[in-house]
Design a protein. Structure first.
Length: 119
């Protein structure tokens, strides 16, 4: 990955986080929502945005639908805030890394408790 794409990744992550917390007013965005990462294609035409939603599966699904619907708005706002030759098309993916990590921790604690150990 080039230095330029790394810079664009970080810039998009910061600006999208700011937009989600301050500008997006969709009631379907529920739970605690955070942008965990952005992967921009080498030609800077597409950006895969990883989104973590703390909440129920329904919260996650409704938030992802809302983000999909807000793509034109978010892209327009990013274009006004950032000076990029081409504004990437945004694609949102649910990041379940934190949930999986919590599940593994719970399993490890249960196993340790069964053996009489502490973590």
């Amino acid at each position: 990955m080039s230095r330029r794409t790394e810079q664009v990744n970080e810039l998009l992550k910061q600006e999208l986080s700011s937009l989600l917390s301050r500008e997006v007013r969709d009631p379907r965005v529920s739970g605690i929502v955070s942008i965990t990462g952005v992967d921009v294609s080498p030609d800077l035409r597409r950006a895969l945005v990883w989104v973590s939603v703390l909440g129920s599966d329904d919260d996650r699904a409704s938030t992802m639908r809302a983000l999909h619907a807000a793509r034109p708005f978010l892209r327009r706002e990013l274009a006004q805030r950032l000076r990029l030759r081409t504004m990437p098309d945004l694609e949102f993916e649910s990041d379940t890394t934190m949930e999986r990590a919590q599940e593994l921790t719970d399993i490890m604690r249960r196993n340790a408790a069964e053996r009489g150990e502490t973590l």
